[in-house]
Each structure stands twice: as C-alpha cells, then as structure tokens.
Design a binder for this molecule. Sequence first.
Ligand code: SIN
Ligand code: CO
Length: 374
Amino acid sequence: MHKKMLNGLSPAQFLRRHWQKKPLLARAGLPEFADLLNRKRLIELALLPEAESRLITRKGRQWTVHHGPFRRQDFAKLPDRDWTLLVQGVDLLLPRARELLGRFDFIPYARLDDLMVSYAPQGGGVGPHFDSYDVFLLQGEGRRRWQISSQRDLTLVDGAPLKILRDFKPAREWTLDAGDLLYLPPRYAHDGVALSDCITLSVGFRAPSAQDLCARFLDFMQDNLDASGLYADPGLKPTRQPARIAPQMAKGLLKMLAQARSSRSDMLRFIGEDLSTPKSQVVFEPPRRAMTLPAFSKAIRQRGLQLSAASILLYDDKALYMNGERCELPAAARPLLRRFADHRMLTPASAIPTAATEVFYDWYRAGFVTPSSD
Ligand code: SIN
Ligand code: CO
C-alpha cells in the first residue's frame, strides 16, 4: 500500500535510504488525495476564526505577509499572479485530510505535525527557503516547479518578513503534476513556484528541540513538585562572619534540594504527556447532550469508535497518554486501547471489556472520542 507513494520502496527501504537523508520524488505517489481542496474551499477555510492562515504576496524581491483569519473581501482585490494563501492544521478542519495523514502511519504519530495546504496562482510561492523538519509535498490541482539544493549555506535575507535564502543555488528541478509526491529532509533548500493555479499539500513532521524539551520538563517538575520540610538549625553557634554561607548550612540546603531530582519514571511520564499534548489553540467540544453510559456502550458496539481529529493518543510500555494526560489502565483494557491508539478507531462489534468502555466514556464526555457515524 505504501510502495507507490514511496516510489516503489517499502517503508523500511525509504526510512533507511531517504528519511532525514535525501529527497525522494514519487510520480503519481498519492493521486487519490490530489483533489482534497481547491482555491474556493481553501479560501472558505481561511475565513474560519480557528484557522491558522497566511497570505503572502511578492513584488519582485519584495515579500509581504498578512496573517488570518481573513474576510472574503481580502481575496477580491488580489492580483492575477504572484501570491499564495497557506492554511495550517487542515487535518483539524477536514476529515479527509486526517485520512491523508493516515497514509504516513509507518512513521510514529509523535513525529507528525500537521497538514498545511497552499493555493497559488501562476508565479506564487513562498520563495527559496528551508524547513527545519521533514516534509512530504503533495501536488494537488495544477502544476508547480520545484527547485532543490543540498547547499550548506542557509543564510537568510536580513529583515524579510519570512525565511528567504540569501543565495539559493538550485541543483535539481522537477515539475510536479497532480498526485506527485516529493519528500524533503530537514534543512534542505527548496523553492516551489506555481506554473498554473496550484494547490500544494504539505504533510509536515515535528521534532522537539533539546532546549524546548528541557524547558518544558522543568515546568513539569515544578507542577509536580512535592518537597517537604523547612530549613532548621537548632544547633546554631554564634558567628563572626555573618555573611558566610557555612558548610553546615549548605549541607542542609543541599539535602532539601535533592528532593528536586527526578526519576526515570517521572521523565517517561513527562515524555508521554508532552508528546501527546495538542497545540495550544486546540479546543475539544464535549457532546451537547451526552448519551448515558449504557447507550454509549451500545453505540460503540454497533457503530465503532473513533478518535476526534485533534486527539493525540500515544502509549509506551507502562501507560497510555491521551491529550497530555497519563491514563492508568487495568491490564484487561490495555491491548484493546493500544489497538485503538494505533488505528485511531475501533471497528463495530469489537469485544470491549467493561474497564475500557468506562475509559472511552470519560473520553467521549470530554470530546476526545466519538462513536463512528452509521
Ligand atoms: C507552499 O505550499 O507553497 C510551500 C510549501 C513549502 O515549501 O514548504
Ligand atoms: Co518549505
């Protein structure tokens, strides 16, 4: 199933030869998603208050960026060429976009970021740049010329409102048609220019930086800190150096500070919670009139269950992590919940242990999961 989108390679071959290493072009790699959006539908998405969108226009080497949400009239006065509209997080707005991300499930969900979709008339693009993360660029409607380069010099133009390479030296060039798929590793220079009305779908990945990960871990530590005791010195002797932090005092304080240490299991808990935390703008909508537990139980046995588009459900050897929270699970429920996490859905008539139904019901009332539609 994955071979066509990986130009005949198996996922294992692709990961070994290309992932984080070198580009791969798969002609007609994913034609079934090429019609996911068109100009009109993308503009509709850019009008939504919850959409994260940008409008980029170019006059020669001068770039301008406007951030959404936009009004319909913002698109009425645009020129015939040299602009592009980009909408981030389309997987949260469109169920079929979530399906497209599902095609990349040979890569851990924790590495997946989102689907960005762009529209550009002829000449439109975001200029020569590099991205910090891996990306698959799927050509939707129209055609786009991609130029790429493995150049080391990634210096950016000073003061530009977006990341533009100062000295882009293209080494290879392709024109992509609808359904063609181009993989680029992180920090690979590229420039895509629309040759005609053009939709590009970018499946983007993410990777935490050590600095951010450690900073978030320190926050986690603080939130979970439970240190006890108050510094005490009942044996204090008179001093002639009252400014001195004497070894005895330092010893007592060091002992207290030792409580700020973290165990491996604290760190693993943090990793699970951190990787499963949705983006800050995500809001879950609980059902307006929630079913009772027996009705819910019947519904999921008959119709199956699915994760809400924005939910991130991960697991490790010890626990499950749903949208940033660790879940303690009875052993009987674990295999089913892991299967649910991997497939993001349960088929109807799965045998569901009571303990699992109760967990699902809590998630349903929080808006994290929904019974599948008939
Ligand atoms: C685009 O869709 O125009 C930009 C995609 C990219 O270069 O990352
Ligand atoms: Co890019």
